[in-house]
Design a protein around this ligand. Structure first.
Ligand code: SF4
Length: 298
């Protein structure tokens, strides 16, 4: 998944920007396949991203996706020992090495999370559950709980698979959380935005299952399309989905509403634009009226 943590960044320098330009800033990370550092001024610290889709393949095709050369499909087999080595090296460099002093402004020298959020859908990897277990163990071994959170950023389309459920259980045991994508509550909008034919009833069932398994936030991206904001119908369907999740007693943590902070890498890019902060805030208010916590990142 393109990383919503990077979407909420606003600058592109090493200390305030998004995923570090590893070729330019640190060749040690350029050799890594699965692990990358993210420095985010808006998020106020450092994140470690785990990319289980190094081939830029996803089972969806969102119009705003920031993965270059995105293709449909799943990832190649993950080399778990290599993933473990890379994560261990990155954690050592961030917690004991020179990473913070070289790349991060003093007030942001805090490691915030390790997030499964790469160039595709992380749960499509058959090794997803083992990868979660490895990451949880690395955090535990360094005694970084609870200040370093383990996160999964997902489109949620595979959470009802047994091996994904197993990974969610590991995530729950590690007091981790899920950011579950929900951009539309209607089949046509979902296809237009996410290239997904997932029906709202199926999305709802998966969302409820996920929230019952592990702490879950809804993450939703809104933007201008051909100069127009999302239609009233689009928003009504989306809110209706949230209402149905609440009616079903899904224990949601809240909703992240975010806009397009950076350009899409998809063919629709030129048709997309940023919504204003007041527009997103007005929508957030409608969600808060339902008793949910909402975080807005225009
Ligand atoms: S779910 Fe959408 S945004 Fe995330 S990686 Fe797949 S296509 Fe990109």
């Amino acid at each position: 998944m393109p990383d919503p943590r990077t979407l909420i960044s606003t600058a592109a320098t090493a200390t305030t920007g998004q995923r570090l330009a590893i070729d330019d800033h640190n060749r040690a990370y350029a050799g890594m396949t699965y692990v990358y550092p993210v420095v985010s001024r808006r998020a106020g610290g450092v994140s470690i991203g785990i990319n289980l889709n190094p081939n830029n393949a996803c089972n969806w095709r969102c119009v705003y996706c920031q993965v270059p050369n995105l293709q449909r499909g799943g990832p190649p087999p993950i080399n778990l020992p290599q993933l473990e080595r890379e994560l261990s090296q990155m954690l050592d460099d961030i917690t004991q090495g020179a990473f913070m002093s070289r790349f991060v402004a003093p007030e942001q020298r805090i490691l915030q999370d390790i997030a499964f959020s790469g160039n595709g859908e992380p749960t499509s990897s058959p090794e997803f559950a083992q990868a979660v277990r490895i990451a949880a163990e690395q955090i535990r071994r360094r005694d970084l709980f609870p200040q370093v959170k383990l996160r999964l950023i997902t489109n949620g389309s595979l959470v009802d698979r047994l091996r994904v459920q197993e990974g969610l259980h590991f995530l729950h045991e590690a007091q981790g959380e899920v950011w579950f994508k929900c951009d539309a509550g209607d089949t046509r909008d979902a296809y237009r935005i996410n290239g997904s034919r997932q029906k709202p009833d199926v999305l709802l069932r998966r969302l409820c299952l996920c929230a019952q398994t592990c702490a879950t936030w809804i993450q939703s991206c809104f933007f201008l399309y051909d100069g127009h904001p999302p239609s009233h119908k689009h928003i009504d369907h989306w809110l209706n989905l949230i209402d149905r999740a609440l009616d079903a007693n899904a224990p949601l943590q809240g909703v992240y509403l975010y806009g397009l902070a950076r350009p899409s890498f998809q063919p629709e890019s030129a048709r997309l634009g940023r919504l204003s902060s007041p527009w997103l805030e007005a929508l957030a208010q409608r969600v808060r009226q339902r008793g949910l916590t909402v975080i807005v990142s225009p």
